[in-house]
Ligand binder design. Structure first.
Ligand code: PMP
Length: 408
């Protein structure tokens, strides 16, 4: 089988022991072995969500199912909510909310920027009658490579009192998240991103305040009902047949995560993201996210004039075995996105960036040969710590030779 380096922002490369866990014989999902499995997963997820108090329910779905369950279960038709999208996935929350008959007000943010805490504070302060029943936020916006400052946003939502729903599908686990301490009500994530398990399970953490609203919700729903999910979760089960094999994998993935250690996982994502940003900049693909708004799980680079994004991505995949993603909706053709999540090594990152560089050299786009790889390498050497002698670390970089595309 031809080797493929998967650098899309999910699903991601799954470590071998996690993949192997899926080949275990199936078990009775109403029996004690399953309850033990669910219990281990629950215990493994708690520190990642930063909660001891919330109920965490597992749904047999991708992340969107978790988001739909959260919105449909929490509010009632006609409820006013404020959505603060910063990209495509934030807009998906709006689409779900409208599907369930909510009245959605939108606080817009320019693409590439993070939600400004002041803007949210102003908007919520203007709601003097406290009409908004909910606030819909995105932790990490995968479509633009932007990460919101969830610690800074939390007190603003709490002061207002609306129930917060946080889409952390592509964020949770990659940096500190303290649901209880910050006071978020519902946080949704999924198996196939930072945790590096296969897709198929979404995890929804629900706090006490949210349960009160959920108990009062009149929205029609059946499969994606958090109340039913809680009732079964408390017995170590799920209401419907769960994706048992994916849960075996999630269990193994959580062991893998905690074996590496949360801080090491955060550092790895931060380091890869910095390296990729440095490489994109050196290659003339300006980073799309604004300073202070950079995601650690996905980097978006602006495609230079004269380069056709779709062809570039196809050639990378077909000729060099490297999968990156393109832009979505109005960013289609304008950006490429490279994920940092999953079982990928520094060597894989350097290889993928080298492949990107070679693919770019086929265009008229002027590239300093080795500039991208060198920029990434310097980040690794500076941030990895102890991987080379100090003398080498302090040596000034040599200006890379400029090679015209035609003479590559
Ligand atoms: N929200 C965010 C921020 C995402 O990155 C994604 C997946 N890329 C989703 C929601 C939707 O998740 P899924 O594709 O697992 O349904």
């Amino acid at each position: 089988m031809k080797k493929n380096l998967l650098f899309i922002p999910g699903p991601v490369t799954v470590p071998e022991p996690v993949l192997a866990a899926m080949s275990k014989p199936l078990i009775d999902h109403r029996g004690p072995q399953f309850a033990a499995l669910a219990g281990r997963i629950d215990a493994g997820l708690r520190p990642i969500f930063g909660t001891e108090k919330a109920d965490i329910v597992l749904l047999g779905s991708s992340g969107t199912g978790g988001l739909e369950a959260a919105i449909a279960s929490t509010f009632s038709p006609g409820d006013p909510v404020l959505a603060a999208p910063v990209g495509v996935f934030g807009r998906r929350l709006i689409a779900i909310a409208k599907t369930y008959g909510l009245e959605v007000d939108v606080l817009e943010t320019e693409l590439g920027h993070a939600l400004q805490p002041d803007a949210l504070a102003q908007r919520l302060a203007a709601d003097t009658k406290r009409r908004y029943k909910g606030v819909l936020l995105t932790h990490n916006e995968t479509s633009t490579g932007v990460q919101n400052d969830m610690r800074a946003l939390a007190p603003i939502v709490r002061d207002h009192g609306a129930i917060s729903i946080v889409d952390s599908v592509s964020g949770l686990g990659a940096n500190e998240f303290l649901m209880d301490e910050w006071g978020y009500d519902i946080v949704v994530s999924a198996s196939q991103k930072v945790l590096a398990a296969p897709p198929g399970v979404s995890m929804v953490a629900v706090g006490a305040r949210a349960w009160q609203t959920i108990e009062a919700s009149t929205t029609p729903r059946f499969y994606f009902d958090l109340l039913k999910a809680r009732e079964f979760a408390r017995q170590g089960q799920t209401p419907w047949t769960p994706p048992v094999s994916v849960l075996f994998a999630l269990d193994a993935a959580l062991q893998h995560y905690h074996h590496e250690g949360a801080k090491a996982v955060w550092h790895r994502h931060e380091m890869y993201a910095q390296a990729i940003r440095a490489a994109f900049t050196a290659l003339g693909l300006p980073v799309f996210s604004q300073p202070g708004a950079h995601s650690v799980t996905v980097v978006a680079g602006t495609v230079p004039a004269g380069v056709d994004a779709a062809t570039l991505l196809r050639k990378l995949r077909e000729e060099r075995g490297v999968s990156l993603s393109g832009g979505q909706l109005e960013l289609k053709g304008k950006i490429v996105r490279m994920g940092t999540m999953g079982d990928v090594s520094q060597t894989d990152v350097l290889g993928a960036l080298g492949a990107l560089e070679m693919a770019l050299l086929e265009y008229e786009h002027p590239v300093h040969v080795g500039a991208g790889v060198q920029a990434a390498l310097r980040v690794f050497l500076d941030l990895a710590g102890g991987s080379r002698p100090d003398a080498a670390r302090t040596k000034a970089p040599q200006a890379p030779e400029q090679t015209p595309a035609a003479s590559r």
